[in-house]
Design a protein around this ligand. Structure first.
Ligand SMILES: Nc1nc2c(ncn2[C@@H]2O[C@H](COP(=O)(O)OP(=O)(O)OP(=O)(O)O)[C@@H](O)[C@H]2O)c(=O)[nH]1
Ligand SMILES: [Mg+2]
Length: 473
């Protein structure tokens, strides 16, 4: 792609006062594409490029205007567009925003972006529109992160979790906790500074009760993380087993398509085949791998090496055994190799007469879930999906926009620290520790809270978060 370079001669403003621009829709052919600008120059730039088709007075805020983009250098029309100007502050970034909705051709979009940049805007960095929304105080950091999650969500449950965070449920809880902690802290600090003055006794019982409630609530949120993470990020799941047990057949039946080659010849699969499957709301990255055995040729050896690599890295292993053949050396070797991994045992080919009883297999895997299936006849697959789900989601968790689920490790770490600090403060109160100690712990909790919502987050962390965005959001 032709990289458009920004107009560096105009680069004298501080970064956050520059007007930024980007193509906000995916590049490719589509009905509509959008070039977006944000910043003080958005409106003047639009005025310089846009010519209204009818006699309407252009540029009423938050209205669509029909017209053309004209190249000011030669007066040539570039495209017929709908243009919308949204004047601050009721906009995504709280700055003036202009969106030019043009035809979704790659060259048309590039051309309009080029014109906008030539008029003094600069290319936006990834996530910079959302970063401005955050820096201008329209959303907090957890909400900005929710925007990324929403864009990247792969299941409806992922969308629900992101939406609940975007609505600000976590932020509101944090704001209320912050208010209460500041109240406690100022009472305690007043006592430290003026111990002799008449400032009323610290209401110890209420403070303790409030800290206790907060610690409990924080604990509940933290405890949703294991499940939250699974819904948000999904898991990787490697199908493994010796050759010919039906790994590729299982992949196909789960995907409901003939994705991998299935033959009666042992050693059919060589490459790793990956697809994402939605299992009751969890994005599961399924990997079919080469059957593990002493490989005959170099190609198969490479397949086995790759298979082992994926198995070592996977969050969950589906170990396939062939019930119609019983266990042999190859099976035993694999079983030993994945002993420490989180796994499920799948006994395949239950449509054929069994050579080994399920009880005998279960004895080898007392702690792992086991399911008996026929990949060929599509039997037991529903039970298998349920078993995968329940091996990942242990509690009766309700994924809904109303229920607060913590799905982000950054939030979990901060919430855990806040909880521990408050627990220390609580214990301190109960054990008659000094007021300085209690104040210190509460201040530490407030610091963690500030970092979490973005009030005191370092530039480095901010950059790491916004770098995950696409350009144009
Ligand atoms: N009867 C019966 N045959 C099955 C079943 N699942 C798979 N097969 C057959 O077993 C043979 C091997 O199946 P694959 O899915 O290719 O096995 P694989 O484990 O991927 O084999 P490799 O890629 O060689 O490691 C094929 O002939 C399948 O049709 C089953 O549930 N019942
Ligand atoms: Mg295979």
């Amino acid at each position: 792609m032709n990289q458009i370079t920004q107009n560096s001669s105009k680069n004298i403003l501080p970064e956050e006062e520059e007007t930024i621009a980007a193509i906000s829709t995916p590049l490719g052919e589509s009905g509509i594409g959008i070039v977006r600008m944000s910043g003080p120059m958005a409106e003047p730039i639009a005025r310089g490029l846009f010519k209204a088709k009818r006699d309407q007075s252009p540029f009423i805020s938050h209205h669509f205007h029909y017209g053309e983009i004209i190249d000011p250098r030669n007066g040539h029309p570039v495209d017929e567009v709908l243009l919308v100007l949204m004047r601050a502050p009721k906009t995504y970034t709280r700055e003036d925003i202009v969106e030019i909705h043009c035809h979704g051709g790659y060259l048309v979009l590039q051309k309009i972006l080029e014109l906008v940049l030539a008029q003094g805007a600069r290319m936006a960095h990834p996530g910079e529109f959302t970063k401005r929304a955050f820096l201008n105080g329209r959303i907090d950091l957890t909400q900005a992160e929710a925007v990324i999650d929403l864009i990247k969500a792969r299941t409806m449950e992922g969308i629900d979790i992101a939406n609940q965070q975007l609505k600000g449920s976590l932020f509101k809880e944090m704001a209320s906790l912050k208010g209460r902690l500041i109240e406690h802290l100022s009472l305690i600090e007043a006592h430290i500074d003026f111990p002799e003055e008449e400032i009323g006794a610290i209401p110890q019982t209420e403070m303790r009760q409030d800290l206790l409630n907060s610690v409990q609530k924080l604990g509940e949120w933290v405890s949703t993380y294991e499940e939250g993470r699974v819904f948000r990020e999904g898991i990787s799941c490697a199908i493994t087993g010796k050759t010919n047990v039906g790994k590729s057949s299982l992949l196909n039946v789960l995907l409901k398509q003939e994705r991998a080659i299935v033959t009666p010849i042992p050693g059919t699969t060589r490459d790793v085949i990956e697809e994402v499957l939605n299992i009751h709301g969890i994005p599961v990255r399924l990997m079919d791998t080469a059957g593990l055995r002493k490989a005959k040729d170099f190609i198969e050896q490479e397949g086995v090496r790759r298979a082992k690599e994926r198995v070592a890295d996977a969050d969950l292993i589906l170990l396939i055994l062939d019930g119609s053949r019983g266990l042999d050396e190859d099976d035993l070797e694999i079983i030993l190799e994945i002993k420490e991994k989180k796994k499920m045992v799948i006994v395949n080919k239950k449509d054929l007469p069994p050579k080994i009883s399920l009880e005998a297999i279960k004895k080898r895997f007392p702690d792992d879930p086991m399911v008996s299936i026929s990949a060929l006849k599509n039997e037991g697959i529903k039970d298998l999906k349920k078993a995968i789900y329940s091996s990942l989601v242990h509690r009766d968790i309700r994924v809904s926009p109303e229920y607060l689920i913590v799905a982000n490790i950054r939030h979990k770490t901060a919430l855990t620290r806040i909880k521990e600090d408050l627990l220390n403060a609580l214990n301190g109160l109960e054990e008659g520790a000094s007021l300085e100690f209690i104040a210190f712990e509460i201040r530490s909790a407030l610091d963690a809270l500030g970092e979490m919502v973005g009030e005191t987050t370092t530039e480095e962390v901010l950059n790491r978060i916004f770098d995950q965005f696409c350009i144009g959001k």
